[in-house]
Design a protein around this ligand. Structure first.
Ligand SMILES: Cc1cc2nc3c(=O)[nH]c(=O)nc-3n(C[C@H](O)[C@H](O)[C@H](O)COP(=O)(O)O)c2cc1C
Length: 437
């Protein structure tokens, strides 16, 4: 059988394009209207996406987020509500490994696993933006370097998984005669004493539903992220600047997985893909341009200046980046500027002017495709068949209109035998072809 393509829908507030919200009659409801969110999830399920993926950050991050709505509802709570209104869709909640205690995340995601009857996913992010740290009262001086972030995240995941396994079904003996509800000898007491965390106990609920653990996702771009994901995640979510980078990342991730004694097919690699479907490629590009033009150019250029560490006066909309200056400016912040090198590379490779670059960047480094449903399906199949990806996390410009358009791509993939006609299973893991965990 030909390889089936995995597709998640990224669950944005209004869509991936920062100007997308302007096309809503009443954008004030986008942040917290539960009916709107449920409607979007149901559309994703109708289209038979594997899952919806809820990115998330703590607090309002930076000035760009004052200019567009962000989903304010906490992901796991929102997904618990969505779980009751859907039946097959995987439900992926982002929860940072850098804040709070792993016990709380273990319990939160285990609850989602039970509420959704086996459809929970956890996106393990390691980000530590300044605004998030400030909101949580963490001094910026305590910001971690990348190696420490991943070292800490590893302990975090180990504790979460240990708690998910701490109360197996067989330990709930419910022996009425002897007055024993849980047989402690059948439970797996967690006893963790690490460099960053310590924890001891048994969680009060099972992490498994029908024997299956929630699906673990790792979102990142760096080599450390790739190695970490190959060890601890079931699915890697990445965003690489070029197809060749994606192919290299894919190969590395599968290689690391094999090195850790895993079946590489049980590590699913899903880069982001920003897809705009039109009647022709020109029509799809015109749609993007129409949204781009609704953004303030001054604002986008000033953002680029902060992102690249270049003075704004050096950035002229109709000229290329000042590469000589760009290359001279050192950066010691590997988190804030994690895309800095990529942005410079993309600008150079495509010969972009600053204006073209800021418009290109509106997709946040996701690979972009513009064209008819047939053209986009061709590209997706080509990339999956040449070891670039196992599928994609799909971003559309505006939800739900962009999803309605993307359904034509799904229909095309289905016609070619590359995407499901209906959900095969109720469980997220099984739909992804993953073992119980
Ligand atoms: C595709 C993708 C999605 C991400 N989603 C989130 C998110 O929802 N919330 C968050 O706080 N960080 C998110 N991150 C940031 C990562 O967790 C991490 O901080 C960042 O990639 C820098 O780490 P790295 O250099 O090791 O990749 C995401 C990163 C990528 C590449």
């Amino acid at each position: 059988m030909v390889k089936q393509i995995r597709l998640n829908m990224i669950f944005h507030t209004s869509g991936r394009h920062d100007a997308g919200w302007k096309s809503f009659d009443d954008p004030t409801t986008l942040v917290d209207d539960i009916d709107h969110q449920v409607m979007l999830a149901q559309i994703a399920e109708e289209a038979k996406f594997d899952a919806i993926f809820l990115p998330d950050t703590y607090a309002v991050l930076g000035s760009s987020f004052l200019r567009k709505p962000r989903r304010g509802l906490e992901p796991a709570v929102l997904l618990a509500a969505i779980a009751r209104e859907t039946k097959h869709l995987g439900l992926i909640a982002t929860a940072s490994s850098l804040t709070g205690h792993p016990y709380n995340v273990a319990r939160m995601i285990a609850t989602l696993q039970q509420v959704s009857k086996g459809r929970a996913g956890w996106n393990i992010v390691t980000s530590q933006e300044n605004e998030a740290l400030q909101a949580l009262g963490v001094p910026l001086a305590e910001k971690l370097d990348r190696a420490t972030r991943y070292e800490r995240a590893a302990e975090f995941v180990e504790i979460v998984v240990a708690y998910w396994n701490s109360l197996p079904k067989e330990a709930i003996v419910a022996d009425k005669e002897n007055d024993v509800y849980i047989d402690q000898s059948l439970a797996h007491h967690v006893d963790f004493d690490g460099k960053h965390f310590s924890s001891s106990g048994i969680m009060q609920l099972q992490g498994r539903y029908n024997g299956e653990l929630p699906v673990r996702f790792q979102a990142g771009v760096s080599a450390q992220s790739c190695e970490f994901g190959a060890r601890y995640a079931d699915v890697m979510f990445t965003s690489q600047p070029t197809v060749d980078h994606d192919r290299t990342f894919y190969k590395k991730a599968k290689g690391f997985a094999a090195g850790f004694g895993r079946n590489p097919d049980h590590l699913v690699v899903l880069p982001g893909l920003y897809a705009v479907v039109g009647d022709s490629e020109a029509d799809a590009l015109a749609r993007k341009a129409q949204f781009d033009e609704q953004m303030s150019l001054d604002f986008l250029v000033s953002n680029l200046s902060k992102q690249l560490g270049l003075p704004v006066e050096e950035l002229h909309p109709d000229k290329p980046l000042p590469f000589d200056l760009f290359e001279k400016i050192p950066t010691d912040d590997d988190v804030i500027n994690y895309r800095r090198g990529d942005i410079g590379g993309v600008a150079k490779e495509n010969g972009f002017t600053v204006k073209q670059l800021v418009h290109h960047n509106l997709t946040r480094g996701q690979r972009s495709v513009f064209g008819t449903a047939e053209q986009i399906a061709d590209r997706i199949i080509e990339w999956v068949d040449t070891d670039v990806a196992d599928g994609f996390n799909i971003n559309v410009d505006v939800q739900p209109d962009g999803v309605a358009r993307f359904k034509d791509v799904i229909a095309e993939l289905r016609n070619r035998g590359r995407f499901r006609t209906d959900y095969e299973y109720d469980s997220f893991r099984q739909n992804y072809g993953l073992p119980p965990g």
